[in-house]
Design a protein around this ligand. Structure first.
Ligand code: HEM
Length: 159
């Protein structure tokens, strides 16, 4: 390849090198703590704010939450008012954890960005109410803060 050829190839070589510098998210989703942080803090919040049968109780959602007063996990024969079941809590944990995947930081994850208003840094989300408002109006919301604090534990970030 003459010097002219090399000059022409330089931009694509630079692109390839820049591509190599790209930091890929971890292959496996982070594993934030289960008990008591998830079981006693995050799980009740997910049930309360996300788990409605038409929302994350629905079989159409990948991110699903199961529990009392919401959708019960199939095959356990539970009534809507029956107490919580360990298999439901564990399944909700794995689904919530999966929404931490393919991100480099806790703040970038779908779990915390989806329920946050877009103009406050959230991601577009069909989980808005009839007034067009998302679940969490700002990053100050205690529900948002609880999800973020838990997610950060999974990324080894300071709370
Ligand atoms: C804090 C509570 C909530 C969290 C953390 C949350 C999180 C998420 C996440 C991670 C997704 C993408 C994965 C998926 O499709 O399952 C999503 C999508 C979705 N959510 Fe939610 N959500 C919440 C509340 C709600 C509520 C209350 C509703 C119903 C009013 C809802 C309706 C939907 C719908 C329809 C989608 C699919 C379309 C889309 O991607 O926006 N969500 N949500």
């Amino acid at each position: 390849m003459g010097s002219l050829g090399l000059m022409r190839a330089l931009p694509s070589i630079a692109l390839v090198l820049a591509g190599c510098a790209f930091e890929a998210p971890p292959a496996r989703p982070p594993s934030p703590p289960y008990a008591p942080e998830f079981t006693e803090v995050v799980y009740p919040i997910l049930l309360r704010d996300c788990g409605f049968p038409d929302c994350h109780g629905s079989s159409e959602r990948f991110f699903r939450v199961f529990g009392p007063g919401r959708t019960r996990m199939e095959g356990l024969g539970l009534m809507v008012t029956d107490p919580r079941n360990e298999m439901e809590v564990r399944a909700s944990y794995e689904r919530a954890r999966s929404m931490l995947a393919s991100s480099l930081t806790a703040e970038e994850t779908l779990l915390v960005r989806k329920p946050l208003e877009v103009d406050r840094g959230g991601a577009p989300h069909l989980g808005i109410d009839p007034l067009g408002q998302d679940v969490y109006r700002s990053t100050e919301d205690p529900g948002y803060q609880a999800l973020l604090t838990w997610a950060r534990r999974g990324f080894g970030e300071a709370p």
